[in-house]
Design a protein around this ligand. Structure first.
Ligand code: AHR
Length: 503
């Protein structure tokens, strides 16, 4: 068995993990909303049309925040279409997904649903095809207590209390040629700055996220980031990037190495923030919001052309495999290793479209393979991420050299004093013998060693076999003195939970 070592020291902190690290994303896309979280007439729907069975599964993920309503959808969205009596709401063409948007689920339904789910909303504004006044009106409708046109309109719609939305996102992927009203860096920079100014005038405590480069392969990368930030720096708090990786070629070792690309993308966005900070002589430090990230390759956004202009079509319904779940684990560890600057992330998306949760219209709900690493991280990944001093055997893949078989990070929760090691063994055929030196900690015992493994890297959970591969807690981690020993099975995701021995 190959051997890997890790040293964990409570004094070597990367940073505190932000409360919104394990967020998600709900877009008017395919069946994410209609047939996903909202399906009036479904046997499990409540009086508002919210599917209770889906909500229960979402609650298992303990999602703190959701980005809504897009995504590409937002770039032609008129928020006013989704307020007021249902009978008066217009159906509209949605060019992003070549669908028909019925607008029966809008802003107030979203806020009702979020309250039922106990989740905050990060509202994405359409800064592509709407103006600054539309943003002002929307914020006034959502958050102003009353006595003005838009706040009184909200009250007349049955919402006496303001929604109190605190987090706002300035558009979506405006650098992409797939976006309606794509912008040049300077066009977006000026627009973003002025929308952000309005938000901060309404309330300086609003958290504002500006769009950084959405993909590294775009011509405008990396100048986009510095141009946008030089204009908008003083009015924004976070810069967003989006990270999607896939395994179209079926080359699993290379696929699992794509966290190298993710790390480079994160590092370049941080470098842009810090370059502009220095250039502007600003004391303020910006953070990253990776407000879309996932594995995505079984489907493609061009699928929207196949059967266009339907409501709630079956779009981007990725059928995730076991190796996809392992990659999600590697990506979670990468986020945690950058938690000093990545303050927020949104797993994209929540239900049906590139999602860990799937539903059948009128039928059941099930958890895809990718559900489990997300659930473990959001349950156990709190407190401080610790600098991972790792010695692991390595391999070269098609695109990457020196990929460590062991991908891992330790997290120490200062409230519960629990220590958690998240670890992936990237090897397809060899178990890895892990030894962790708990330097500076003593007195810990293994509370649980959760293992997610499968003999078949392409195994999936399906409607008919929803629990085909689930994690177990029969891992063999043990503590001897201040050393933790554990065998990490080939191609596996592991969560080793340690707590203090009772005196
Ligand atoms: O999540 C699906 C799409 O991916 C989003 O709408 C867009 O922002 C990204 O390209």
């Amino acid at each position: 068995m190959d051997k890997a070592k890790m040293v964990i020291d409570r004094d070597f902190k990367i940073g505190r993990i932000g409360k919104n690290m394990y967020g998600s994303f709900v877009e008017n896309l395919g069946r994410c909303i209609y047939g996903g979280i909202y399906e009036p007439g479904h046997p499990n729907a409540d009086s508002r049309g919210f599917r209770r069975d889906v909500l229960e599964v979402i609650k298992e993920l303990k999602v703190p925040i959701i980005r809504y309503p897009g995504g590409n959808f937002v770039s032609t969205y008129r928020w006013e279409d989704g307020i007021g009596p249902l009978k008066d709401r217009p159906a509209r063409l949605d060019l992003a997904w070549k669908s028909i948007e019925p607008n029966t689920f809008g802003l107030n339904e979203c806020m009702d649903w979020a309250r039922a789910a106990d989740i905050d909303i990060m509202m994405t504004l359409n800064v592509s095809t709407r103006g600054i006044l539309d943003t002002q009106n929307m914020v006034e409708y959502c958050n102003f207590p009353g006595g003005t046109y838009w706040s009184d309109l909200r009250k007349s719609h049955g919402y006496k209390e303001p929604h109190n939305i605190k987090s706002w996102c300035l558009g979506n992927e405006p650098d992409g040629d797939w976006q309606v009203a794509q912008k040049t860096p300077m066009e977006y920079a000026r627009i973003a700055r002025e929308h952000a100014k309005v938000l901060k005038l309404m309330d300086p405590d609003y958290e504002v996220t500006v769009s950084g480069s959405s993909l590294r392969r775009l011509k405008t990368f990396p100048e986009w980031d510095s141009t946008v930030l030089e204009e908008a720096y003083n009015y924004v708090d976070n810069v967003s990037i989006h990270c999607y990786y896939g395994n179209k070629s079926g080359d699993t070792p290379n696929f699992l190495g794509k966290t190298f690309e993710m790390q480079d993308f994160i590092s370049s966005a941080i470098a842009a923030c810090d370059y502009v900070k220095i250039k502007l002589r600003s004391p303020k430090k910006l953070c990253l919001s990776i407000d879309e990230w996932n594995v995505w390759y079984h489907t493609h956004d061009d699928d929207r052309h196949k059967d266009p202009w339907k409501s709630a079509p079956h779009l981007l319904e990725e059928d995730y495999t076991f190796e996809d779940a392992v990659m999600v684990g590697c990506m979670l560890i990468t986020l945690l290793k950058n938690c000093d600057r990545v303050k927020q992330s949104c797993f994209s998306e929540l239900v049906n479209a590139i999602s860990p949760i799937m539903t059948e219209n009128g039928g059941s709900v099930w958890r895809q393979t990718t559900f489990y690493p997300l659930m473990h991280a959001s349950h156990y990944g709190h407190g401080y991420a610790l600098i991972p001093a790792v010695h692991s055997p390595k391999y070269d893949s098609t695109e990457f050299n020196d990929v460590p078989y062991l991908e891992s990070v330790a997290v120490w929760d200062d409230e519960t004093d629990e220590m958690v090691i998240f670890a992936v063994n990237r090897s397809l055929d060899e178990a890895l013998d892990l030894e962790c030196d708990l330097r500076g900690f003593g007195d810990y015992r293994v509370k649980e060693h959760i293992v997610y493994e499968s003999g078949d890297k392409l195994a999936r959970n399906t409607k008919d076999n929803p629990f085909f591969i689930v994690p177990h807690n029969r891992g063999n981690a043990s503590v001897d003195g201040d050393k933790v020993q554990a065998a990490l099975p080939a191609l596996s995701w592991n969560v080793i939970r340690l707590n203090k021995k009772e005196k």
